[in-house]
Design a binder for this molecule. Structure first.
Ligand code: DOR
Ligand code: ZN
Ligand code: ZN
Length: 444
């Protein structure tokens, strides 16, 4: 007998939406078939006519453990994930200690193994002196991350010659580079000017990292990676200038990501959010935001990822110069996007391409990212008609706040399955262990 059958659903497949059911065995989608052909199963779930999406793959989260588990740990972070319909996450290396040695990677693996309730993978961190470690990496990481300027933590590679050399290592090993592109000299210069001013506020902070910081850094890295021929993925693209550069240099070795906070917030929100708006790269203008949406629809932006960067209220409410940068996003990404689907600004097929199919392709995640026979049964049932408010008091993230608190949204996840296990069910979490993902071989 099958383990699980989901009936009465509308399945969001890569190219079309079909009225059909799912047969799940050993955590995989065994069959997609009309309801009348569904076999008996140990458990039958009636989707009540709702849509089923492939579980979201969030390629950019900061789970903070080891080192800062007061902000988030692998259980609270992964609970926030499944509450937001996210079934796989890729964790960033700026933990304490940073994930810049194979030893530290393996230590983080142990933590994730015992606490995660989503499936997960790891980004490794590049430093100014870990070329040896990079040379020893295998096919068991999502990417090597380059911070071109310092942000949370002290990870950075602020020397283009070193980036050039390290990109070369990654090219030979067919490992993807991910980049936080902000020009260090500019960011530091204008930050120093800010320190000389009186009464600096959150808008001054955002203005101290203008578009040129991101655009110049991205432009250089596109050029550099073209010279070398390695694959590079740009995190949190936020400006019209970056989009222009990406559009002109279109090359399948270059991919790009946008965050929900850049898609849904602008500088105009800084007044109300105060220090909670502080994030790197900063919130941008409405014009930039519109260009990001155009880039989403035209394919210049390949994926949406949260950059879930939890910090405690006390760390945000400090003087703006030393307040922590970053905001949580795991629980709100899907409802925000579904609300746009309801408004007619996005289709469910686009949504699943941006949040599941494309991340699986770019990060070479085997067997995930689509509702397809043989693929993992990572699924989220959504209720497109459900209306609710984002509410800080109901969040699972340990940081306990969201920049979207109070926003009324239509369209919410109601059930999330990781490899056929129901881990989130209308507000309650089931503690079933996640697994580390596997990667297919990179051809390019
Ligand atoms: O605002 C940010 N916060 N930007 C980053 O690049 C890092 C992140 C964090 O880890 O807090
Ligand atoms: Zn970043
Ligand atoms: Zn980040």
């Amino acid at each position: 007998m099958s383990d699980l059958v989901i009936k009465n659903s509308k399945l969001v497949l890569p190219e079309k939406i079909v009225d059909a059911g799912l047969v799940i065995e050993d955590g995989r989608i065994r069959e997609i078939t009309k309801d009348k052909n569904l076999p008996d199963a140990e458990r039958v779930i009636d989707a009540r006519g709702n849509y089923v999406l492939p579980g979201l793959i969030d390629a950019h989260v900061h789970f903070r453990e080891p080192g800062a588990s007061s902000k988030e740990d692998w259980f609270t972070g992964s609970s926030a994930a499944v509450a937001g319909g996210v079934t796989t996450i890729l964790d960033m290396p700026n933990t304490q200690p940073p994930t810049t040695t194979i030893k530290h990677l393996n230590e983080k693996r142990e933590i994730a193994r015992s606490k995660a309730i989503v499936d997960y993978g790891f980004h490794f961190g590049a430093t100014v002196d870990n070329s040896d470690e990079l040379s020893r990496l295998g096919n068991d990481i999502a990417s090597v991350k380059f911070y071109m300027s310092a942000t949370t933590g002290s990870l950075k590679v602020d020397n283009d010659a070193l980036i050039f050399e390290e990109f070369g290592i990654l090219k030979d090993k067919k490992i993807l580079a991910t980049v936080h592109a902000e020009n260090r000299d500019m960011v530091e210069y204008w930050f120093d000017r800010l320190k000389e001013k009186e009464g600096v506020d959150a808008l001054d902070y955002a203005n101290s990292r203008p578009n040129i910081c991101a655009a110049d850094a991205l432009n250089r890295m596109v050029f550099l990676s073209k010279m070398i021929g390695n694959s590079v993925h740009f995190c949190h693209v936020s400006t019209r200038e970056e989009i222009e550069i990406l559009r002109n240099s279109r090359d399948n070795r270059v991919t790009a990501e946008a965050t929900p906070h850049h898609l849904f917030l602008t500088k105009r929100d800084i007044k109300e959010l105060g220090n909670y708006s502080k994030v790197n790269p900063p919130l941008r203008s409405r014009g930039d935001q519109l260009e990001l949406w155009n880039a989403i629809h035209s394919g210049v932006i390949d994926i949406i990822a949260t950059d879930h960067a939890p910090h405690l209220p006390g760390e945000k409410e400090r003087d703006i110069l030393i307040a922590s940068a970053g905001m949580p996003g795991l629980e709100t990404m899907l409802p925000l996007l579904l609300n746009e689907v309801n408004k007619g600004n996005l289709t469910l097929i686009e949504l699943s391409r941006l949040t599941a199919t494309n991340p699986a392709r770019i990060f070479r995640i085997g067997n995930k990212g689509m509702i397809k026979e043989g693929y993992d049964a990572d699924l989220v049932i959504i209720d497109l008609k459900k209306e609710d408010r984002v509410d800080n008091s109901r969040l699972f993230t340990k940081c306990g706040w969201s920049p979207f608190d109070g926003w009324k949204l239509k369209g919410w996840p109601i059930k999330t399955f990781v490899r056929g296990n129901l881990v989130f069910d209308e507000g309650s979490i089931e503690r079933i262990r996640g697994k580390e993902i596997t990667y297919s071989k990179n051809e390019s």
